[in-house]
Design a protein around this ligand. Sequence first.
Ligand code: NIG
Ligand code: FE
Length: 376
Amino acid sequence: MLITGIGTLVTNDPELGTLHDAAIVFAGGRVAWVGTKPPEAAGDTHLDAGGRALIPGFVDSHGHLVFAGERAEEFAARMAGRPYTAGGIRTTVAATRAASDAQLKANLDRLVAEALRSGTTTVETKSGYGLTLPDEERSLKVAAGLERTFLGAHVVPPEHEPDTYTDLVKGAMLDACAPHATWIDVFCEDGAFDADQTRAILAAGIEKGLTPRVHANQLRHGPGVQIAVELRAASADHCTHLSDADIDALANSDTVATLLPGAEFSTRAPYPDARRLLDAGVKVALAADCNPGSSYTTNLPFCIALAVREMHMTPEEAVRAATLGGAQALRRDDVGHLAAGARADAVLLDAPSPVHLAYRPGVPLIHTVFKDGGVS
Ligand code: NIG
Ligand code: FE
């Protein structure tokens, strides 16, 4: 397929940068060519973009998409003044345990389709609403085909003591779940897992060949970011409450800071200051954190608008963080950019530039989503 007449083409490629009046060729599910003077007869199908912008498909590197039920009443109570706590997770755990595999899969498919319609072409999901060995294992199995993270250490379920549950997570549960995941995550927070438990669980995961990512410093300042850097985690997620030492540690590491403004929106918490991170040279990703408790959205354009308005990112930085940043957080070099050889995952916007994603908040600007070179 040859697409011409692209008003602004964001490649995220260090050499190509952002092109104007550009063209791109997709072949065999990959980008075959990109530039400003299209080769003759490059493809069977020709699409005139009519001056619209083309960006890489969004790479949503943080989601909790395997669950049943919803928590609209908890959200409404919060908006009436009740605080957000990790305890709400247990409501979804009960609903998830009671659901069949088919129900979990149907809900997951619905969310992945919803995400695709808003331009997300790569999706990560965690387990973490099962919290028994069989429920965690099936949560990962139903998500086959997505990026998968084992989050048995989401909270301690009501039937366990913290120590016996930590032993289960890093023992038999990890043994059963590791074959179905690439990543291991721990919610390191008061009311969830402390520093010692977090280290022990992540170390056991590394031993099994999983790569760590950490829910860090979400509700208050804590040790999560330092542990993430120490264990060379792919990403420290949330990063809402950071000290200067946390920022230094991130800046001197390969750990990506994944910011999740949907969670601050839905918990009415203060937003992290992305400017501080970017100015220090930290790699930043933006993700939706879709889950029924703290951020029930799959919509990265909404997160981009929040990041620009509330987290002091420029529109260009926010779009980059939701594409290339997400790819870095998942250690993927085939997505998040549009140079020759990359996956042909891209979004044609109903706007001349990606700035409009923040400039026109809430407006449906997704014109066409390409996944593996095909229109989806
Ligand atoms: O990323 N922080 C931990 N986990 C989720 C929230 C889960 C829930 O409230 O159900 C998050 O925000
Ligand atoms: Fe999360």
